[in-house]
Design a protein around this ligand. Sequence first.
Ligand code: ADP
Ligand code: MG
Length: 348
Amino acid sequence: MTIRQLPDTLINQIAAGEVVERPASVVKELVENALDAGARRIDIDLEEGGVRLIRIRDDGAGIPADELPLAISRHATSKIASLDDLEGVATLGFRGEALPSIASVSRFALMSRRQGAEHGASLEVDGGRVGTVAPKPHPQGTTVEVRDLFFNVPARRKFLKAERTELGHIEEWLRQLALARPDVELRVSHNGKPSRRWKGEGELLSDVRLHEALGEEFARNALHVDHFGAVHSTGSGQGLRLHGWIAQPAYNRASADQQYFYVNGRAVRDRSVAHAVKQAYADVLFHGRQPAYVLFLELDPRRVDVNVHPAKHEVRFRDARLIHDFVYRTLQGALAETRAGVSMGVTD
Ligand code: ADP
Ligand code: MG
């Protein structure tokens, strides 16, 4: 066997295997880019569960015409420039591989107009073959179009599920986002029909959005939590904050389908935190039942490593034990307080 350098398109397709599992992962990557660009409103148009078309339009900062080719190049990013930046990264993206990966497994178009620029421009990529930048009228912001996902990767295409299933994955991801970013307006259409609209609200998650996202029962049983703590291991005490909504034990689930946990605005799965929550509910939930919650943990980005997995579903905490205990104590305290309130006849 001879050792060969792989062609760029193949390298991107290999990387796509890690970040692009299905249409919902494309939506995730593109919407996160829109958020990193400061978008206030994001329009998401889908056809056939996103397999035929995913079009994401935002009103964010936009990309200068001469940087469009860079945006779809591997390892090119505007979000970090050094290891130091990486260690304190506050944007959702930083790896510079989503756009080239997606463009290598679809018919892809990127259109944008930078804030202050007179003209917009577009660049098309067909299954990894890159076209040339052309002028194109576009409002300030960016549109990304992804057609025929996996058209050139039959092995992947085969694993796509029915339209409704793929749409369901996208909707679930959008719900997860809507809970974290009530300040951003999201409009979704499917097969040409408006299917969902999340109106932009304030910075704080309102009862309305909570109700819309998780249902009236959850909203009615939700306890608000907002608690501060400190990390002292460096001697310089840094802040921890846990806030959000947890359901009173009377409202519980057969599965873990309403458990939303975010670290600095990023939705993550974390076994240790899930364990802490479960423990806090241990005395008040029937065996086998699952609590429901939407919790946001905020801490210094330097104390959490987000570069653990290409799709960033997991993070690593520097002070994992301490965070476990902080979550446990906060929730246990909140649950104990309502029990005390109830036994004193306080109903509100
Ligand atoms: P990353 O998000 O990790 O930087 P991507 O491949 O997702 O990598 O995007 C590459 C670059 O393209 C980003 O760093 C950003 O500069 C630019 N970009 C992508 N999408 C948008 C967008 N919607 N608005 C503005 N810039 C964008
Ligand atoms: Mg990105």
